[in-house]
Design a protein. Structure first.
Length: 187
């Protein structure tokens, strides 16, 4: 699975270039329309050609980046995937209740995080050691809240709430409780 950092960097670059091209179109159009005297108008053929180019570029950009999102395939075809491990986690009174002190996962395992709230809407996010987010989901009481993820490299991760659930929510951090180990290690 492609790391979400790589996806974010690629999409940031692609969409920044796309937005700059659109800004140039608007600036060009504004200069041509506000110019006094001869030659101030924009030729319709040139204008619509450029707009058509931007439309094709934008649609292509969406189609290309759709397949780079690492979790899309598993989410779209959830019934085709069987998790290697399932962790049922409950949340109540601004506290994550984990099934064990540490959640140990083997590299390349598909893991289902089944998170259930017993009182408020919370968030469930997994964060790397540099505090960047790997993934997150909203946890709504009375609804199914699960996320299937495949871990492709070793690491130690922290669980945090990613939703505002009142002033106590800021303290909802379980530091270094998810550990991904080599596949041939003994659990």
């Amino acid at each position: 699975m492609v790391d979400s950092k790589v996806v974010l960097t690629g999409q940031t670059l692609a969409y920044t270039i796309y937005c700059l091209v659109i800004i140039l179109l608007v600036a060009w159009f504004a200069i041509k329309v506000t110019r006094k005297g001869e030659g101030g108008s924009v030729k319709p053929l040139l204008f619509y050609t450029f707009v058509g180019f931007l439309t094709i570029l934008g649609v292509s950009l969406h189609l290309v980046t759709f397949n780079t999102i690492p979790w899309a395939e598993m989410d779209l075809n959830r019934s085709d995937y069987k998790p290697d491990k399932t962790f049922v986690i409950t949340v109540k009174d601004h506290q994550f209740n984990l099934p064990s002190e540490k959640l140990i996962i083997n590299v390349n395992d598909k893991v289902l995080f089944d998170v259930q709230s017993e009182d408020l809407t919370y968030g469930f996010g997994l964060f790397r050691s540099d505090n960047s987010m790997m993934f997150q989901m909203q946890v709504v009481p009375g609804h199914r809240n699960d996320l299937l993820w495949q871990f492709d490299r070793e690491g130690v991760y922290t669980i945090r709430s990613t939703e505002y659930s009142g002033p106590k929510g800021v303290f909802m951090i379980e530091k270094d409780v998810v550990e991904v180990i080599p596949a041939n290690s003994i659990n």
